[in-house]
Design a protein around this ligand. Structure first.
Ligand SMILES: O=C(O)CCC(=O)C(=O)O
Ligand SMILES: [Fe+2]
Length: 303
């Protein structure tokens, strides 16, 4: 069973919500979350902006193709990412944007803080997506407070490690599963997310499957617009000495097209995500750069 959490109760430190979060982080690796500040109408508006972008002809989207850059901002065409080395490149397409550092911050030279590539059309796309980015970061910060409390840490343990987060906001567009697709073809192949917390909005279409940790079965997970799916990534698993679990998930895809919008809430580049209490150093930026270089086809071999 995937826990279903009340976001506001969680942020307020409500004991039941924290107990459920603890099950989510330690046993399941996933949860769904309701009662955030996002209404279903607001989320439909954001999803519609992504849909309008993905509906453009490929020649138009190609003007912001990330493949011509050394980073991951802009459009990623179908087959531009291979999250599972044992599967074929994913048949989804994506649009990625990231964090803008304060003026003059020297970290702007790093690819994990690369400048965004905004398309000129659809009209208003940049404004809508930037506003969502800012609001989604706030929701993710609140959930991270809840995670910290649920595992017995200070509520603000993560705060200063996420003030300039390498947070990546993605729109995923899954066309109907192509008729040529075989056993090794996925909308997105089986993977764990690279960072700490993923806040995932979807258009309500089914498609996401999560691998049950006990029996290995693939369980469907769904949330309507206005509710979110959350999961925990590799950095948080390392950082908490395996107490928080990063769980495999995938999208095989079905007869209907589908849009999902994950916010990958990754910490500041310099954060040490080595197991707490160990004397090791694992820089968050190094882990993220390595995983990007493994999975984005145009970055393979870089990093
Ligand atoms: O589309 C989904 O539901 C999941 C997407 C996902 O796992 C990802 O983008 O990392
Ligand atoms: Fe994922």
């Amino acid at each position: 069973m995937i826990p279903r959490l009340d976001a506001q109760a969680l942020v307020a430190g409500d004991a039941d919500a924290l107990a459920q979060m603890r099950i989510a982080v330690e046993e399941v690796g996933f949860a769904t979350v309701y009662n955030t500040k996002f209404t279903s109408a607001r989320m439909r508006f954001v999803l519609a902006a992504y849909r309008a972008f993905f509906d453009l002809p490929n020649e138009v989207k190609d003007r912001v193709n990330m493949a011509r850059t050394g980073s991951n901002r802009g459009w990623g065409a179908p087959q531009s990412e291979q999250v599972d080395p044992d599967a074929n490149p994913d048949y989804k397409e994506v649009f990625d944007c990231g964090f803008t550092l304060p003026e003059g911050d020297a970290r702007a030279a790093l690819s994990v803080y690369a400048s965004n590539h905004w398309p000129k059309e659809p009209a208003g796309f940049e404004t809508v997506i930037r506003a969502y980015y800012t609001q989604a970061l706030e929701v993710a910060r609140g959930i991270l407070r809840g995670i910290a409390m649920s595992i017995g840490s200070d509520a603000d343990f993560f705060e200063d490690k996420f003030d300039c987060p390498m947070a990546l906001l993605r729109g995923n567009y899954y066309p109907p599963r192509p008729d040529w697709a075989g056993d090794k073809d996925f909308g997105i192949g089986a993977h764990t997310d690279y960072g700490c917390l993923t806040l995932l909005a979807t258009d309500g279409q089914p498609g996401l499957e999560v691998q049950a940790r006990d029996c290995g079965d693939w369980l469907p997970v769904q949330a309507p617009p206005g509710e979110f799916i959350i999961n925990f990534g590799e950095m948080l698993e390392m950082w908490t000495e395996g107490r928080v679990v990063a769980t495999l998930h995938r999208v095989k895809g079905g007869a209907e097209e589908r849009i999902s919008v994950p916010l990958f809430f990754n910490p500041n580049v310099e954060t040490n995500v080595a197991p707490l209490g160990s004397s090791k150093l694992i820089r968050a930026g190094d882990h993220l750069t390595k995983r990007y270089a493994e999975t984005y086809v145009h970055l393979q071999g870089i990093g």
